[in-house]
Design a protein around this ligand. Structure first.
Ligand code: JD8
Length: 390
């Protein structure tokens, strides 16, 4: 079902770009149906008047309610969302665009002068959802530019439009909420400037880790407001040392209580290990820890799976402090331990609770596939991922 968008303005030609490129393609693909209306068709005087002086005095003119009232009467439907660009609105975000992209009918009211008489929005709110939106903290002369941005931001999120929805996930403000990492294309060297070598390595795990780190670093530099404390620069991922053992034990107990309860597996080994047990296994595994502001907030281990001809990199004990879960640190640690795999490793494998839905979702997003019961660990499932090379 196409998204219907009606735009009302006193400058219809301003919206001509909606017939071009992206919105144009969405219209051609039957995903978007846009119509632009001249507000003056709902005036009845010789001068087709749409504005008058502001009550209470002051500079400029205000848009009259009557033409807008008639326009909304003519265009509104049962499922209409009235979108009103205004510098005093909520700032347009990817999540608002995604919300609007789920709607059936958007009616975009482009104001001019000092704005639209407030009673138009107040009256509309008695019969439809009204969303007052701002493009950002700067002043434009009208709502048309914002209308163009809103329709483009929404149109490209329409199911089936982008062709590969995957790219929507990776982009700025996408699921990870980070800015984009720098991008490069041929030639490998330009005016003495080279492409980062990792991008030519064919090692997809290292490339993914580099891109995530670049996206996170750029976001921390340019838009720290987009980052959750867990993503702020001060999180350092480094090889574990003996002195980390006590905190690893504490984190392990904290993380595996939830895992054991979720999977009714109170016998789970990680929950019953002692400090000495942790010290012991740190000697046999490559172990990474994440520290923030002097606190151990995450850890993970990896080793060559015994008996798999050195081809399997066994990943385990991926832990993120409960208060910091769900913010990408787990994914960051997973990419970091994957990058530690020796050259001969061709597969990553790990297991998690059969009922640990969130863990499994994260692993699948990272490219892992479910492989069924984990041998020898009832209630756990095995997941594997091929180590992709060019
Ligand atoms: C709608 C009239 C002009 C605004 C007096 C200048 C959005 N991010 C944004 N900045 N400005 C707008 C915007 C400006 C508009 C209208 C949107 C209708 N004006 C007015 C108040 C001050 N003039 C916007 N979205």
């Amino acid at each position: 079902m196409a998204l219907r968008v009606d735009v009302v303005t006193i400058f219809p030609a301003y919206l001509d770009p909606l017939t071009l490129s992206l919105p144009g393609k969405a219209r051609a693909a039957g995903l978007l149906d846009v119509e632009v209306h001249d507000l003056r068709q709902w005036t009845h005087d010789q001068h087709r008047t749409v504005d008058d002086s502001p009550y209470g005095g002051g500079a400029g003119m205000v848009m009259k309610p009557e033409p807008w009232g008639e326009a909304l009467d003519a265009l509104a439907r049962e499922d209409t969302v009235l979108v009103v660009p205004t510098p005093s609105g909520q700032v347009l975000t990817q999540s608002l665009a995604a919300d609007l992209a789920t709607r059936q009918h958007l009616l975009v009211a482009c104001g001019r002068y000092e704005g639209i008489d407030q009673r138009v929005m107040d009256h509309a709110a008695t019969r439809m959802r009204v969303v007052e939106v701002s493009l950002g903290d700067y002043v434009l002369n009208g709502g048309e530019v914002a209308a163009l941005a809103i329709v483009e931001a929404v149109a490209r999120l329409l199911p089936g439009f982008m062709g590969n929805e995957a790219s929507l996930v990776e982009e700025s403000h996408g699921a990870a909420g980070l800015l984009e990492q720098p991008v490069y294309t041929k030639p490998e060297s330009w005016r003495g400037l080279a492409v980062p070598a990792v991008l030519l390595s064919g090692d997809h795990a290292r490339i993914a880790a580099w891109r995530h780190e670049e996206a996170r670093r750029r976001t921390a530099e340019r838009r720290p407001d987009l980052l959750h404390p867990s993503q702020v620069d001060d999180i350092e991922v480094r090889p574990a040392v003996r002195a980390d053992a006590g905190e690893i034990l504490t984190l392990q107990r904290a993380c595996w209580v939830q895992e054991a309860l979720d999977n009714d597996m109170l016998a789970i080994p990680a929950l019953h290990e002692s400090y000495d047990d942790v010290v012991a296994w740190m000697g046999g595994w490559t172990t990474l820890v994440a520290r923030s502001a002097g606190r151990l907030v995450g850890a993970v281990r990896g080793r060559v799976e015994p008996g798999a001809e050195g081809e399997a990199w066994d990943i385990g004990r991926l832990m993120v402090a409960p208060d910091l879960q769900g913010r990408g640190l787990g994914r960051r640690l997973l990419e970091a331990i994957e990058a530690q795999a020796p050259a001969g490793a061709t597969t990553y494998l790990l297991f998690t609770g059969a009922r640990s839905a969130r863990n499994q979702r994260m692993y699948k997003k990272a490219g892992y596939s479910l492989r069924g019961e984990q041998p020898g660990v009832p209630g756990a499932v095995l997941l594997t991922k091929p180590r992709r090379r060019r």
